[in-house]
Design a protein around this ligand. Structure first.
Ligand SMILES: O=P(O)(O)O[C@H]1O[C@H](CO)[C@@H](O)[C@H]1O
Ligand SMILES: O=c1cc[nH]c(=O)[nH]1
Length: 288
């Protein structure tokens, strides 16, 4: 079946609509970062850079490090952007742009998020790293796709009861990381966590500047949730969407987080750039 021009949108130069990339522009190992400035922060470690392209908040550098081809791409903030980025990356490897048909041979990508986060447990130190073994999505993105049994309804049900979850919000969904990538980055200095992915930075993460979030006690409910010893550890804004689309499309994904804030103690890192740098270096050492 041929994909219609309004379904698979290809720019005049043959690149995919938002990412502005050609199929040959990306590696099968992809690092995603939220901040477009972090793309250079990663690629400055590469030995060579062959592709530098961008459009909107989506900037990509592809290059080689110790013989391994790696792409780093900025997603901007939020799971709505993740829907675009992961679908378009998948299209670049699994759809034939000339015939507009799905390729018979599936290519699986390794997708690694290097992001920042706020811890919600007081014992998680600022400037340390955390790997999201599980994610809890408040964004609802998974519900827009057909899927069977990739999530954990028992954890979701207990979370909904524990927090008296407002039924006007999307049903939270729980997913897990790729075991393969989890093992690659496993390190006894890095905590494995259960990451909540939020639909905003202020009200959705119970931050009050001038307007009051509707359920201020939610932060405390999140930190006291406990499912068979599984506790929520941190808040950010992309991981559940990445895990959802990666699993639906047959890719491997893991989210690496640098703890910049601790919401329980009220602290924020005084060396955020250096701490993210250390996470980038750790990630690249394991990859290449
Ligand atoms: O530092 P990044 O990767 O953008 O990640 C975190 O920081 C942003 C909010 O400041 C959100 O995107 C959140 O997920
Ligand atoms: O508290 C934080 C810090 C980084 N990113 C978030 O989404 N929340």
């Amino acid at each position: 079946m041929q994909l219609k021009p309004a379904e698979l949108i290809i720019n005049e130069d043959g690149s995919i609509y938002h990412l502005n990339l050609l199929p040959e522009d990306i590696a099968t190992t992809i690092i995603t970062v939220g901040d477009p400035d972090r793309v250079h922060q990663v690629s400055q470690h590469f030995d060579t850079i062959e592709v530098k392209k961008g459009k909107r908040e989506f900037h990509t550098h592809t290059g080689h490090l110790n013989g391994k081809r790696i792409s780093v791409i900025s997603t901007g903030i939020g799971t709505d952007n993740i829907d675009i980025v992961i679908n378009e990356l998948d299209a670049l490897v699994n759809i034939d742009f000339k015939t507009r048909t799905l390729k018979e041979k599936h290519t699986s990508l390794d997708i690694i998020r290097i992001g920042t986060t706020g811890a919600i447990q007081p014992d998680i130190p600022i400037d340390t790293f955390l790997i999201s073994k599980y994610s809890l999505g408040f964004d609802g993105l998974l519900h827009f796709y057909e899927h069977d049994n990739i999530n954990y309804p028992d954890i979701e049900d207990e979370f909904i009861a524990h927090t008296s979850w407002n039924p006007y919000k999307a049903r939270p969904y729980v997913l897990s990381y790729s075991e393969k990538l989890g093992e690659l980055f496993s390190d006894n200095r890095i905590r494995l966590g259960f990451t909540a992915t939020n639909t905003g930075f202020y009200g959705p993460q119970q931050r009050q500047l001038r307007i009051t979030p509707s359920q201020m006690e939610l932060l405390e409910k999140l930190s006291t949730f406990n499912f068979k010893e599984l506790q929520l550890t941190n808040l950010e804004m992309e991981t559940s969407g990445i895990y959802a689309l990666a699993q639906l499309l047959g890719h491997e994904a893991v989210s690496l987080n640098c703890i910049l804030a601790n919401r329980a103690t009220g602290e924020f890192s005084v060396t955020p750039t250096a701490s993210v740098d250390r996470l980038i270096e750790f990630c690249l050492k394991r990859l290449a």
